[in-house]
Design a protein around this ligand. Structure first.
Ligand SMILES: [Zn+2]
Length: 282
């Protein structure tokens, strides 16, 4: 790679926006780490209006886990933030980064382009998409937006304390925990900057997995947190800043539909990226 090859990463060339809706098929909970508003022992995260919240950090964590699980099938690398356990050398693992520090310092002395290239060459595919302590994420996402607040009532369930060894209930020891109901729907939005084909393959494969259903949050081993991506609610749009007409429209447009170009068939778009990635990595 030449010195100038890494430089374009500093510029915004293309941006992709994906909007979708997740629906929980079962009760679910994202724990607040403290007592609940209902005085239950284990509360859930609520927004200022007292409604259940799907934090962007939880959504991003779930998406990252899904991509990590699928990376091998796409012949892409996922370090799991632990190079020793995963066998993938990625400097997001701070221990590996400190071992390679002299190399990194040499790249820093050689200039910004050399530094970016060095980090790129020493980061796994999942960390390139989601970011890590050494590099910014290409993917951004915020908190989920509750779509059906009128139907969402937080309930309290009873649990019993189990003996760790015998897995039997400990006499007299009970607790209760808050659960948000099945049917809760959240709108979400991902923004992706300068995506590579590998980024799109990871993201597309994860979204297809979510169409099939997955689980999110706490107590999933007890059947909580099952969700699906709603098939008919996905909307994909993009902007190519290297295209003069699109760039002008984006910069001067004052409404989202004036600024973005729709991608009509989001599934075909991601399937192409997955097939191209497999053709390259197989
Ligand atoms: Zn990594």
């Amino acid at each position: 790679m030449t010195e100038t090859a890494a430089t374009p990463d500093l510029h915004l060339r293309r941006r992709l926006r994906l909007q979708g809706v997740l629906e929980f098929q079962t009760g679910w909970r994202i724990g607040s780490g403290s007592e609940g508003e209902t005085m239950s022992d284990l509360g859930i995260v609520l927004d200022p209006d007292g409604l259940p919240l799907l934090p962007g950090s939880s959504l991003k964590g779930k998406l990252r886990n899904t991509c990590e699980a699928l990376a091998h099938a796409l012949r892409l690398e996922a370090c799991l933030l632990n190079s020793r356990a995963s066998g993938k050398d990625c400097v997001s693992d701070v221990r590996l980064f400190s071992q390679l520090r002299p190399q990194h310092q040499k790249a820093v002395r050689d200039g910004v382009a050399a530094q970016l290239r060095w980090i790129d060459e020493h980061t796994c595919d999942v960390c390139k998409l989601f970011g890590s302590p050494v590099r910014a994420a290409r993917l951004r996402l915020g908190d989920g937006r509750l779509e059906n607040p009128e139907t969402v009532v937080v309930r309290v369930r009873d649990g019993v304390v189990l003996d760790r060894d015998s897995h039997t209930a400990v006499n007299g020891l009970k607790y209760d925990y808050e659960v948000a109901p099945a049917g809760t729907r959240f709108g979400f939005r991902f923004d992706l900057e300068n995506p590579t084909e590998a980024d799109l393959a990871l993201l597309g494969a994860a979204l297809f997995e979510w169409l099939d259903g997955s689980s999110l949050g706490g107590f999933t081993s007890r059947g909580l947190g099952r969700f699906q991506l709603r098939d008919n609610a996905v909307h994909l749009s993009e902007i190519d800043f290297d295209d003069d007409a699109q760039r002008v429209r984006y910069l001067t447009g004052t409404k989202p539909d004036q600024r973005w170009s729709d991608v009509a068939d989001w599934k075909a778009f991601f399937q192409t990226a997955i097939r191209n990635t497999l053709a390259r990595t197989n």
